[in-house]
Design a protein around this ligand. Structure first.
Ligand code: AMP
Ligand code: MG
Length: 330
């Protein structure tokens, strides 16, 4: 019995593919790659192989598509996502380039190394990708199918591992299907991944720092830079990769607000209109997509921020997690 549509030679439209109830298994042929790129352009999720694990990809400029990643993985919180690009030139569109970035990129790209760089102005990325931070993690993967997809798509692709949150990372297309079912519209299947380890993450926003160990070793990176890497991970080994300092508004934040007090500005949701509204229709995906942009906008007023209640189900769990962190005393 054939359980999934296999496309190497597509003539269905992207729109009909997005409404399909089963993931499309795409081969890395020219047609399969074009189809996967077209799905990304439409805001759909496409799982694809990298040399580390299968990633769950979305157009990093499309907030709703990025929100769909969190929804599909049922992630309990918004951690920033790594943005995959086809080459160094594209990386420079989003991150401020530096000598250290250049040394590392020349040596390890394409490959399992992600660089955290200061975010450029007018970057066009969804605020959800960087989780509101003013830095961005970028990587040029080496896997041939991933490279072909990124080149065909011609834009930045946000992609965490293509598994439900808390489960083992997928190294085959079958793992992706088993974990996510039809939550990915397409899966680019090119067999098993070779490394199976996550990418190493190096921060180059200041003194170079090892943010997560992975496929490229500390020693190799230090040899290229000629300096020892800072080690902000020390004492945090229970949560490698989770260290990114979280964006929090400068202002005081008050949750579960149904009206404004004193000089507050109100972040609305659904019927509680507010000064700006996360989603007047009460759509959690839209609210997630707009969360960081809205917080930044209200924070710029310099006034305390009151936040209307947001439901706790589905994507609401991650939204509330981030709002609680924003409201926590610091
Ligand atoms: P992954 O789950 O493999 O996609 O890795 C995501 C991890 O990359 C996050 O948990 C962070 O540790 C790191 N990361 C991504 N973007 C940033 C950023 N802008 N600044 C700092 N760390 C980041
Ligand atoms: Mg993962």
């Amino acid at each position: 019995m054939r359980r999934f549509a296999v496309l190497g030679n597509q003539n269905a439209t992207s729109q009909s593919l997005m409404s399909s109830s089963k993931p499309l298994i795409l081969r890395p042929s020219q047609d399969g790659i074009s189809c996967a790129a077209a799905l990304l352009s439409k805001g759909a999720l496409v799982a694809f192989p990298t040399e580390t694990v299968y990633g769950l990809g979305a157009d990093a400029r499309n907030g709703q598509a990025v929100a769909a990643i969190y929804e599909a993985k049922a992630r309990p919180s918004f951690n920033p996502l790594i943005v995959h690009v086809p080459d160094v030139e594209t990386a420079k569109v989003y991150g401020h380039w530096s000598e250290n970035a250049d040394l590392l990129a020349q040596t390890f790209w394409p490959g399992p190394l992600s660089l955290v760089l200061p975010l450029k102005d007018d970057h066009g990325l969804s605020g959800l990708v960087t989780a509101g931070l003013d830095s961005v993690a970028l990587r040029v993967p080496a896997h041939p199918a991933a490279r072909k997809l990124l080149m065909a798509f011609g834009g930045p692709v946000a992609a965490p591992s293509a598994n439900p949150s808390g489960r083992i990372s997928p190294t085959t297309a079958a793992h992706v299907t088993a974990g996510l079912g039809s939550k990915a519209t397409g899966i680019l299947d090119d067999g098993p991944c070779s490394v199976g380890l996550e990418s190493t993450i190096v921060g180059v926003t200041g003194a170079p720092a090892l943010l997560r160990s992975g496929g490229v070793t500390r020693e190799d990176i230090e040899a290229v830079l000629g300096v020892a890497l800072d080690d902000p991970m020390q004492g945090q080994i229970s949560a490698p990769g989770q260290l990114a300092s979280h964006y929090a508004p400068k202002a005081q934040v008050r949750l579960e607000a149904t009206n404004k007090r004193d000089d507050e500005v109100l972040l609305g949701y659904g019927p509680i209109e507010g000064d700006i509204n996360l989603s007047p229709e009460g759509d959690l995906k839209e609210a997630a997509a707009r969360l960081f942009e809205c917080l930044h906008e209200l924070d710029a007023t310099g006034r305390p921020i009151a936040v209307a209640p947001v439901p706790k189900n589905g994507l609401g769990a991650a939204i509330n997690d981030r709002l609680r962190r924003a409201a926590a005393p610091r």
